[in-house]
Design a protein around this ligand. Structure first.
Ligand code: TRP
Length: 340
C-alpha cells in the first residue's frame, strides 16, 4: 500500500481541523504495515490558485507542519513535506496537462463553486487544480488516497488522467501510472461551532469562543466548553432525541469522536443528565486528549529550525521516490533529456 494525501495549509488550526483530515492521517500512519508507506504533504502550490497573502501562506505552511507533527505524524515513519520543495509536482502537472481534457475539467464542481459567477476572472491554476492534484498522487504510484467526500471527483479525474496517459503512451504490460483508489472516511464527524450548532467550527468565525484552537491551554478549553451554547433540556437516552437540538448534538458528537465511542454510548452514560454535568466531563475529556497535542504544537510552532529540518528531510525522501515516475513520464512522451 502506498498512501498519499495532501492538505492545504491554513492558519489558526482548531478541533475541526484535527478531527477532519489530521487524526485520520495519524491513524493510517499508525496502522501501516511493513513495506507500506505514507506520504503526507502540504498543498502549498494549490494554495496559490485563489487570491492569497504570501506572508499568510508562508506562516500557515510552517504552522501546519507543526500541527501535523504535534498531532502525531511522525517524520521518521511518514514522509511529510510541502509541494514547493519537490519540483516534480509542478513538472508532472505540465506533462499531464497534455492528457487532461478541457471537457473533464469543465465538469469539476469545485471549480464551479470556487469561481462562482466570475469564471472569466478565475485563475488558470484554479481550473487546472485537479491536474496538479492528479500529479500529486500519480507521481508516487499511490494506491490509496484518503480524502473528504468533496474531493472524490478530483480522484476520479486522477484515475482518468492515469488511464488515458497509460493508454496513449505506455504499453499494456508497463503502465507508467498506478490508478489510485480514494478512501473516504465513513465517520467524518462534522464539528460545529460552540456558539451555533448549525454552522461549522471555523477559523473565520469572529468569536474565539466558537472554537477550540490547537493553541488553547487547559483553562481556556474548560472555559469554552462551559460557555458553549446549549438548550435547557437534559440529554436524551436515544440519538433520535437529539434531532432539532443542534448544539446538544454537536457536543455529544465531539464527546463521541474524542472518546472513540458512538453517540449512543455517550447517551447511555449521560441520559437524563443536564449540561451542568455533561460539560465538565466533555471539558476534561478534551483537555486530556488534546493536552499533549496543544503543548507540543505551541512549542514546535516557535521552532523554525526544527520545522525546516522536518520539511527538508521529507522533501529529500519525496524527491527520491518521485524521480523514476517523473523520468518514465518524460520518456513516454518522447521528450529528449540527457541520460538519467
Ligand atoms: N484538494 C485537496 C483538498 O482541498 C488537497 C489536495 C491537494 C490533495 N492534492 C492532493 C488531497 C492529493 C489528496 C491527494 O482537500
Amino acid at each position: 500500500m502506498r498512501i498519499v494525501s495532501g492538505i492545504q495549509p491554513t492558519g489558526q488550526l482548531h478541533l475541526g481541523n484535527y478531527l477532519g483530515a489530521i487524526r485520520n492521517w495519524v491513524r493510517m500512519q499508525d496502522e501501516m504495515e511493513q513495506g507500506s508507506e505514507c506520504l503526507f504533504f502540504l498543498a502549498d502550490l494549490h494554495a496559490i490558485s485563489m487570491p492569497h497573502s504570501p506572508a499568510e501562506l508562508h506562516a500557515a505552511t510552517l504552522e501546519m507542519v507543526a500541527a501535523l507533527t504535534a498531532c502525531g505524524i511522525d517524520p521518521d515513519r511518514s514522509i511529510l513535506f510541502n509541494q514547493a520543495q519537490v519540483p516534480a509536482h509542478a513538472e508532472l502537472q505540465w506533462l499531464l496537462n497534455g492528457t487532461a481534457r478541457m471537457g473533464w475539467l469543465n465538469r469539476m464542481t469545485q471549480f464551479k463553486d470556487k469561481s462562482g459567477k466570475n469564471r472569466e476572472g478565475a485563475s488558470i491554476a484554479l481550473f487546472t487544480y485537479p491536474v496538479l492534484q492528479a500529479a500529486d498522487v500519480l507521481l508516487y504510484q499511490a494506491t490509496h488516497v484518503p480524502v473528504g467526500e468533496d474531493q472524490k471527483q478530483h480522484l476520479e479525474l486522477a484515475r482518468d488522467v492515469a488511464q488515458k496517459f497509460n493508454n496513449d503512451f505506455a504499453s499494456e504490460d508497463a503502465p507508467v501510472f498506478t490508478l489510485p483508489d480514494a478512501i473516504i472516511p465513513p465517520d467524518a464527524a462534522r464539528i460545529m461551532s460552540l456558539r451555533d450548532g448549525t454552522s461549522k467550527m471555523s477559523k473565520s468565525d469572529p468569536s474565539d469562543m466558537s472554537r477550540i484552537n490547537l493553541t488553547d491551554d487547559a483553562d481556556t478549553i474548560m472555559q469554552k466548553v462551559k460557555k458553549a451554547k446549549t438548550d435547557p433540556e437534559p440529554l436524551p437516552s436515544e440519538v433520535e432525541g437529539l434531532a432539532g437540538r443542534p448544539e446538544a448534538n454537536n457536543l455529544v458528537g465531539i464527546y463521541a469522536t474524542m472518546a472513540n465511542i458512538t453517540p449512543e454510548a455517550v447517551l447511555a452514560d449521560f441520559a437524563g443528565k443536564g449540561f451542568g454535568a455533561f460539560k465538565p466531563a466533555l471539558g476534561e475529556l478534551l483537555v486530556e486528549t488534546l493536552g499533549t497535542i496543544t503543548s507540543r504544537f505551541v512549542e514546535l510552532k516557535q521552532d523554525r529550525e526544527e520545522l525546516d529540518a522536518i520539511l527538508a528531510k521529507g522533501a529529500l525522501k519525496a524527491r527520491a521516490l518521485a524521480g523514476p515516475t517523473l523520468n518514465a513520464a518524460y520518456d513516454a512522451l518522447g521528450l529528449v533529456r540527457s541520460h538519467h
